[in-house]
Design a protein around this ligand. Structure first.
Ligand code: MG
Length: 361
């Protein structure tokens, strides 16, 4: 089997409600790979902020021409394309372009053998725990509690809320109210999105520890492993990190430093399924579970296959399906706090062709 063509397009998907800081859309880059056997595969990259146009250009100008004529082996293609993109850097938009291609090649391979992606990768479990999550730091407290009640009503028993307010007393007040709402037995987590520096993290976690968060996510700038080590000496709370680590090497360094208790690779940001699985393997070797970042339709499928897993993130109203991106439901579902996948051959993600285009300029 040989790759015959690789086509790419980019779209802008409005969010139902803006994320903190005014993010009002998610951008999507879709890659369609076709083989000389007639089989096809679909991949995608995703970004809520910058980079979609650059990813589109990298796939169109640097990946697609190289792919034609290659055997569609995802791991081999990934290593070769990464070398090809080396001058553009190893993470960032290069990794996102690699991801779009890599996801398409895995989809192609699964479809070619008539298997769901989960069965091709090797299913290790029928379901994975899911937690409810929202980008809600700017919500007034009553709207935050309404959101949490909605999650409870949907059967969730694990919840994550944003912290990192300019006034730490605001965070403590909100987390107290959420803990009261979900009850002492529920799993509650907090996510600071790198908003703190070391002194403010020490102060904030001193306040928040009494609400027994299962972990604190991104308490500090993600790549500052020394600061994490210093914070580690000041708190007993586990650290979750990874949505802003973009390479296998960055995860290896965080695991080696002993500051990553829950690894959160984003399958697009790290460069696709191929490196995601390598990162999950390294995490398992370090006795660290994986909790993939966002992208629930794909993350769930990967979480069903990795050796050691914590949870998947059920992001409120921002599944690809919620944003209207899909031709039909993917087969990935969350029900009563558990995520499952029943996709048919491939990963089950078929993107609509009539989505709004990415604006130019
Ligand atoms: Mg986060």
């Amino acid at each position: 089997m040989r790759i015959e063509s690789a086509a790419v397009r980019a779209h802008r998907l409005p969010l139902h409600r803006s994320w903190d800081g005014g993010v009002d859309k998610n951008d999507l880059v879709v890659v369609e790979v076709a083989a000389d056997t007639g089989h096809t595969g679909t991949g995608f990259a995703w970004t809520p902020g910058a980079g979609a146009g650059a990813v589109l250009a990298l796939v169109r100008d640097d990946c697609a021409p190289a792919l034609v004529g290659w055997a569609p082996d995802p791991g081999v293609c990934w290593d070769a394309l990464r070398a090809r993109l080396a001058d553009a850097g190893s993470g960032g938009v290069s990794a996102m372009a690699l991801a779009a291609v890599d996801i398409a090649l895995w989809d192609l391979r699964a479809k070619a053998v008539g298997l769901p992606l989960v069965e091709l990768l090797g299913r290790r479990r029928d379901a994975v725990p899911a937690y409810a999550s929202g980008v809600n730091l700017d919500y007034p407290k009553d709207e935050l509690l309404d959101q949490v009640r909605g999650w409870k009503a949907a059967g969730h028993r694990a919840f994550k809320v944003k912290v990192g307010s300019a006034d730490p007393a605001r965070d403590a007040d909100r987390v107290a109210a959420v803990r009261e709402e979900v009850g002492p037995e529920a799993v509650l987590m907090v996510d600071a999105n790198q908003r703190w520096d070391l002194p403010s993290a020490v102060r904030a976690l001193g306040e928040l520890e009494r609400f027994s968060p299962a972990f604190v996510e991104e308490p500090l700038p993600a790549e500052d492993l020394r600061a994490h080590a210093r914070l580690r000496a000041r708190t007993a709370l586990p650290f979750a990190m990874g949505e802003n680590l973009r390479t296998e090497r960055a995860f290896a360094a965080a695991l080696e430093a002993g500051v990553c208790d829950v690894a959160q690779p984003n399958a697009v940001r790290v460069g696709g399924i191929t490196p995601f699985l390598r990162i999950a393997g390294a995490a398992a070797e370090a006795s660290v579970p994986v909790a993939p970042h966002l992208l629930p339709e794909l993350s769930t499928q990967l979480a069903l296959c990795v050796p050691r897993v914590a949870m998947v993130e059920d992001i409120d109203r921002a599944w690809l399906e919620d944003l209207g991106a899909l031709e039909r439901p993917s087969g990935v579902r969350v029900s009563a706090g558990a995520a499952t996948a029943d996709t048919g051959p491939g990963h089950g993600l078929e993107f609509r062709k009539d989505l709004p285009p990415l604006p130019e300029g």
